[in-house]
Design a protein around this ligand. Sequence first.
Ligand code: IPM
Ligand code: MG
Length: 368
Amino acid sequence: MSNPSLLILPGDGIGPEVMAEVVKVIDWFGDKRDLKIDVSHGLVGGCSYDAHGTPLTDETMARAQEVDAVLLGAVGGPKYDDLDFSVKPERGLLRLRKEMDLYSNLRPAQCFDALAEFSSLKPEIVSGLDIVIVRELTSGIYFGEPRGIIKEGNERVGINTQRYTESEIARVARSAFELARRRSNKVCSMEKANVMESGILWRDVVQEIHDAEYPDVELTHMYADAGAMQLCRYPKQFDVIVTDNLFGDMLSDMAAMLTGSLGMLPSASLGSPMENGRPKAMYEPVHGSAPDIAGQAKANPSACILSFAMALRYSYDQGDEATRLEKAVEKVLADGVRTADLMQADGGTPATTSEMGDAVIAALEASL
Ligand code: IPM
Ligand code: MG
């Protein structure tokens, strides 16, 4: 049997720096755990625009469709702010999501004990927090038609359309219920059924799928604005939250900040099963390209390393090795190794990006 495959797309800003640390981790698993992965590399985002005039070439898109998993760093930066909308770095990312049909975006927000003090909330509210936001990723207002900026009389009108079909809602609901069964068996669905028809349909379909297929899972519904408030007030009431593309974008940034640092959070975007039974998949850190610190060895590679752990679990059937890697990151934090994002201003000299990566490798060694 051939080795499993991975396409690495480091992207822009701190993407290449954090990805270099993940490559060390991948090599370690190859050498020490005999887990050989065929790795190929490509461009996405601004760097692809610089090289090819497009944020994602057809060749790279085709390669992404072939591999077992894609690992993406981050895209975008101020250098590309004035580009035409159609070739902005983010369009490359959105094209990958849409054409691979990665409808279920898992965004865990987990608070590491060692970092509870960094949260903007009181430690007792966030310590032990472990929730997952399941964000619908291929539809809704991000992709709905009509869209655009048109002229009406003598003024311009900006238009985007929130649109969800029953089947789009049903499939992401199933993925949330399946995940909940492997966790605490609790799902909270969030929409704005009080003001949006698409929200009414969302609530109905989630409830129907629940009643017909997952009656054992505890299901609640919340308006998304109230959900944001509850996430701040008492986040540990949640286990799995399922929501649409735009609400999921905002709620996941908020949930991420509860944990103390965006630099720690991974994500998985999953689609339908391929011929080998595994889902189409792309993994990426929740943080962005952080142009303000790019090239300064300040970035925290943990989120990208933990994204690879999710790939081990969901794409390569290596749950035990995924846990080994997650525990290694946790140990590094518990030992007090800190990149700049995890330190107070007067906290001493922070670890560099590669020192953090090396510490993870050392913790992996110690796990053998
Ligand atoms: C995210 C990001 C993206 C989104 C951007 C970069 C297009 O904010 O993954 O959350 O809005 O989905
Ligand atoms: Mg976002």
